[in-house]
Each structure stands twice: as structure tokens, then as C-alpha cells.
Ligand binder design. Structure first.
Ligand SMILES: Nc1ncnc2c1ncn2[C@@H]1O[C@H](COP(=O)(O)OP(=O)(O)OP(=O)(O)O)[C@@H](O)[C@H]1O
Ligand SMILES: [Mg+2]
Length: 376
């Protein structure tokens, strides 16, 4: 266990680092499906080689496609091998996403007097206050946020004792259990184990489009919605919402008395657009979106109050963002501009695929961001 963890910590320490290769594969193991994206470097540009997704429900006990499942490393490795085979991906230059749901991401402020060499002892003792599990159950990684000359914004954040904080540190605590499991998945798939990244970081890379103001990324997955506030490429707030797209499928399934797979299809076909055949579907979806949006607004408000800055833009990503009519419904509910992530626009792809890639982009933003990390 200890040696596995030592290896994983080495892998995670590359969180803010870079690697250089010509083909790179991003692997995003979500709770409902695995997504893979392969990129190739050509004349200095990132080009889409291939991509694909595989529903994990079929590997679970009742085999229902689209359903959220909790699978062990052995079965996940089998599913990963299957999707790599289906997409003809043979490169082993892979990077695997660690679900943000297994992490706590937060910023701590320390007095300026703290020396760099003391951080390995000071940070764990400060971080303890934010982590609801024993420190021995998590791996800590951190990044000292550079002071910016333009605003010095992080220096304006008050420390808990009320004085001016001088040093802001982004801390990521990841459950060791998840790190071990995901490393085992790579091992059992005969893939190198040294490359992991927390999905929130991958999404920033693939979703943001050089905004200079704070933005909020809302990743609506199958089981969880992840909220990440980012400014100048640095996470300033991260929140998990225990409400996501599968809740909408379950609501349709219960209310309209139809099996899960049918409800899943009805949700995707109808979304927020009412049809004579399924007039209740938009309202069933809206009930759950309302819960998510409440959390989004609360998170935005808390951030804006704490930092005295406004969120300029909200990016929706994750499969749940592909709900028909989502943007039109969301726009009037937020003070910031809302937009759908278009991650494939960042890379070269065949013209005939562009329409499809724009629609399906939100589902692949994590996998694409992971591949971009490897290629950069
Ligand atoms: N066109 C669509 N309309 C509505 N919902 C959709 C659409 N396409 C996909 N979804 C939903 O998106 C969810 C899957 O999204 P995604 O692949 O981002 O989840 P995941 O990564 O497996 O989950 P998580 O990130 O929570 O672990 C499913 O619940 C699916 O029903
Ligand atoms: Mg996901």
C-alpha cells in the first residue's frame, strides 16, 4: 500500500507539470460511462485522432445502460480495454482523470512569514480544518498561488484571524482509496501508472477560452454536478452538488411509470421542450435543475461576496448540459452570461465531424482536457 501511494504521489506531483509526446490519450471514467479522446500533434497543432464513449451500466449487476454504477478496478479495467479496442486506440501515452468527487479542493491563507521549506508541515495542519476524514486517508498536493500585480486580489482575502493574508495556497486532498483504485485500473489495463489528473483541472484546460475574469464551470454529470470557479487558470472555489442528470431520468421513470432505459431516452429526446406525447417531462427535469441552479447561485454569491469580484461567464459542461433547451432556460436565472462548453473547437478536426463534435463536446470535455495535458 505504501509503495503504491508513494508512486501515486509522484504521479500527482505532476499536476501542474508538462509532458511531451506525439500522441496522447485522455481517459475519463465517469460514474455512468467511460470517455476516451486521442490527440495527435501535427505541425505544432493538436489534431483529433479518435474519440469514443462506453456506457458502464452494462458491466453492473442489472446491466442497465446509462445507469450510474460503482464498479471495482477489475471490471473498470475490462470496460477500459473494451473502449480502447472499439476506438482502435493503441497508444499507451495515457492520462487518467481522477473524479473531483473524490477530492476536496480549497484555498488556505498563511502568514507571509511562513518559509517555503516549512510548508510540508504547516499545510497539513491547516488543511485538517477543511478535510472531514483523517489526514492519513488522503494525499495532499498544493500550489502556492503567485501574487498578481494587476489586482493583488488574493492578498485582499482576509485570513480567518481577520488580518491581511499574505500567501494563498491551493490545496487538493484526494482520497487514497480512489488513487489506489484508479492506479489499479491502469495496471490491470497494462498502461503506465504515472499519469493522473483531477478532472476539475482537465475541464479548465478544455473548456475555458482565455477569459481574464472569473468564470464558473458547471459540470453536470450523471451522479454529481461539479462547480469550479476559476480566475487566471487557478481554481478559487470548488463545490460538489449531489444532484445531477440521473436524478432527472429517475424522476421521469417514477412519474411516468416507465423503465429506466426508456426514461433515459425520453429525457434525451425531449429535454426542456414540451411535446404532446410527453408534456410533463420539461417540468420533471426543471425540478432537478432548480436544485442545481440554487447551488450554482449560492456558490456564485458566496464567491462574489468573499472576493468582491463578479463571475463574468458560466460554462455548462458534462453530459447533463446537453439537455435540450438548457441554455435558454438557464440564461434568465443567472447574472452572468451562460454558454455551452465547446471543447473540440480548441483542436483540429475533420470538417465533416465539426457539427457532431460541437453537440457532443460537453460530454468529452474532461477526456479532451486530459489528452491536451499530455500533448502540451
Ligand atoms: N442529450 C442529452 N440530454 C439530456 N441528458 C443527457 C444528454 N446526453 C447525455 N445526458 C446525460 O448526461 C449524463 C452523463 O453525463 P457524463 O458523461 O458527463 O456523466 P459521467 O461523467 O458518467 O458522470 P459523473 O461525472 O457524475 O461521474 C447521463 O445522465 C445522461 O443521461
Ligand atoms: Mg463526469
Amino acid at each position: 500500500m505504501d509503495s503504491i501511494l508513494a508512486g501515486i504521489k509522484k504521479a500527482l506531483s505532476g499536476l501542474f507539470g508538462k509532458a511531451v509526446e506525439d500522441v496522447a490519450v485522455g481517459i475519463d471514467i465517469g460514474t455512468s460511462s467511460i470517455k476516451v479522446v486521442a490527440l495527435r500533434r501535427e505541425n505544432g497543432r493538436a489534431v483529433l485522432e479518435t474519440y469514443g464513449a462506453l456506457a458502464l451500466g452494462q458491466y453492473g449487476e442489472n446491466g442497465i445502460i446509462g445507469q450510474v454504477v460503482n464498479l471495482d478496478a477489475e471490471i473498470l479495467a475490462k470496460a477500459l480495454k473494451d473502449v480502447l479496442k472499439e476506438t482502435n486506440i493503441t497508444s499507451t501515452n495515457v492520462v487518467l482523470g481522477i473524479p473531483s468527487a473524490s477530492c476536496i479542493i480549497f484555498i488556505i491563507q498563511l502568514p507571509a512569514e511562513v518559509e517555503e521549506r516549512d510548508l510540508p508541515t504547516v499545510i497539513p495542519s491547516e488543511a485538517k480544518k477543511f478535510i472531514p476524514v483523517p489526514l492519513s486517508d488522503v494525499s495532499l498536493d498544493w500550489y502556492v498561488i503567485p501574487r498578481r500585480e494587476d489586482s493583488g486580489s488574493e492578498a485582499r482575502v482576509l485570513s480567518e484571524s481577520g488580518g491581511e493574508a499574505k500567501m494563498s495556497i491551493l490545496v487538493v486532498a484526494t482520497l487514497n482509496e480512489t488513487l489506489v483504485k484508479y492506479t489499479q485500473v491502469l495496471q490491470k489495463t497494462q498502461l503506465p501508472m504515472e499519469s493522473l489528473e483531477i478532472e476539475a483541472f482537465s475541464n479548465i484546460r478544455s473548456v475555458m477560452t482565455r477569459e481574464l475574469f472569473p468564470v464558473l464551470i458547471v459540470d453536470i454529470g450523471a451522479s454529481k454536478t461539479k462547480l469550479t470557479i476559476v480566475e487566471h487558470g487557478i481554481i478559487e472555489t470548488f463545490r460538489l452538488v449531489n444532484h445531477a442528470s440521473q436524478d432527472m431520468t429517475l424522476a421521469i421513470s417514477h412519474a411516468l411509470e416507465m423503465p429506466f432505459d426508456k426514461a433515459e431516452a425520453v429525457k434525451k429526446d425531449n429535454g426542456l421542450i414540451a411535446t404532446p406525447e410527453h408534456p410533463r417531462v420539461p417540468d420533471l427535469i426543471k425540478t432537478h435543475l432548480a436544485t442545481i441552479f440554487q447551488e450554482v447561485n449560492a456558490t456564485m454569491l458566496a464567491y462574489e461576496k468573499r472576493y468582491n469580484k463578479n463571475i463574468g461567464k458560466i460554462f455548462f459542461t458534462g453530459g447533463g448540459s446537453m439537455t435540450r433547451g438548457l441554455l435558454e432556460y438557464a440564461a434568465p436565472q443567472f447574472s452572468a452570461e451562460v454558454t455551452l462548453a465547446d471543447p473540440f473547437a480548441k483542436i483540429e478536426s475533420p470538417v465533416f465531424l465539426k457539427g457532431v463534435l460541437k453537440v457532443t463536446g460537453p460530454e468529452f470535455s474532461t477526456a479532451l482536457g486530459l489528452a491536451m495535458k499530455k500533448l502540451s
